[in-house]
Design a protein around this ligand. Structure first.
Ligand SMILES: C[S@@+](CC[C@H](N)C(=O)[O-])C[C@H]1O[C@@H](n2cnc3c(N)ncnc32)[C@H](O)[C@@H]1O
Length: 285
């Protein structure tokens, strides 16, 4: 089959339309007509009716989801990411795989440890991990820390960590979801939280950031993985954005050192979801 000049000119637009149409994203008007004609020819009118309605419904759904997320950020509402729901969900969760079900590969896990965690973790540090779950990252932090405080909203997660880690340098805390009672002012050198703030509402992240400003020593470093795109990606993500997180860090009197979502030689590793970000920050030295 040969391509006419017009086809060739329209090819990039058609490709974008086909791809975006398939993922339920916005269709481009001129390409869309041709794509729909092709789909009608290959299927039948009833199928096309369902298809068009499905695309329209997806667009309406995205619009209202965007409005709801914006309202959560503007009015300090938790949306679906309430503290109580987090507590219930993670308490009922099947932890039999220790959270390793979220690890894409052994190589990726190793890269998080050797290329993200270890270079940022000071030696002989007093460490705080927020949301350890069953201890996927705790097992890396525990042998490298002088002391390690584990804070989780789920009593079940804290019980699991108590059973799994017997080291004397560990302490355990069930939190209310946005404060750190019992963690002394200016007592922490390093904070780690991975796959946790993804599910915490911006209003509660704000609470934690104020608390981190209180408990971190000057020059301490926090490494927090959170949504960067307002939670539009899948996986019950909260409405946090990279920009809002940076603003909240500054409001709490701390400084952002870096925000990134890729690492390693040639940026060959990335967060499992492209909308997410890691922010490295802390109080001034
Ligand atoms: C997806 S799991 C991740 C666990 C672990 N960090 C990992 O990467 O395997 C989320 C964890 O965050 C905890 N969590 C959720 N909301 C929290 C909050 N507001 N404060 C502290 N922990 C929270 C949950 O109880 C659960 O242990």
């Amino acid at each position: 089959m040969t391509m006419t000049d017009r086809d060739a000119r329209n090819a990039p637009e058609l490709a974008r339309t086909a791809v975006s149409g398939d993922s339920g994203r916005d269709a481009l008007p001129s390409g869309a007509v041709r794509v729909l004609r092709d789909r009608l020819k290959a299927n039948d009118p009833v199928w096309l009716g369902y298809h068009v309605l499905d695309r329209a419904a997806a667009k309406v759904s995205r619009f209202f989801d965007g409005r709801a997320r914006a309202r959560e950020r503007a009015r300090d509402l938790p949306g679906v990411n309430t503290r109580e729901y987090n507590r219930m969900l993670w308490t009922a969760y099947d932890w039999s795989h220790d959270g390793e079900e979220w690890t894409p590969s052994v190589e990726w896990r190793e890269s998080v440890v050797t290329e993200v965690l270890v270079p940022l973790l000071p030696s002989d540090a007093d460490v705080l991990e927020i949301g350890p779950g069953a201890g996927r990252w705790t097992r890396e932090l525990s042998p490298r820390a002088r002391s390690l405080a584990l804070a989780d909203i789920s009593e079940r997660a804290i019980e699991l960590c108590r059973e799994r880690f017997a080291a004397e340098n560990l302490s355990f805390l069930v939190t209310d979801g946005n404060t750190l009672p019992g963690v002394a002012d200016g007592s922490i050198d390093f904070v780690w939280s991975f796959d946790v703030f993804l599910h915490i509402a911006p209003v509660d992240q704000k609470g934690y950031l104020r608390e981190l400003a209180r408990v971190m020593r000057s020059g301490a470093v926090a490494v927090i993985h959170h949504p960067g795109d307002g939670g539009s990606a899948e996986g019950w993500r909260s409405a946090m954005t990279a920009e809002l997180f940076a603003e909240l860090v500054a409001d709490a009197g701390m400084r952002v050192h870096r925000q990134f979502s890729r690492w390693g030689a040639g940026d060959r590793f990335s967060l499992p979801n492209s909308g997410d970000v890691i922010t490295v920050f802390g109080p001034p030295a």
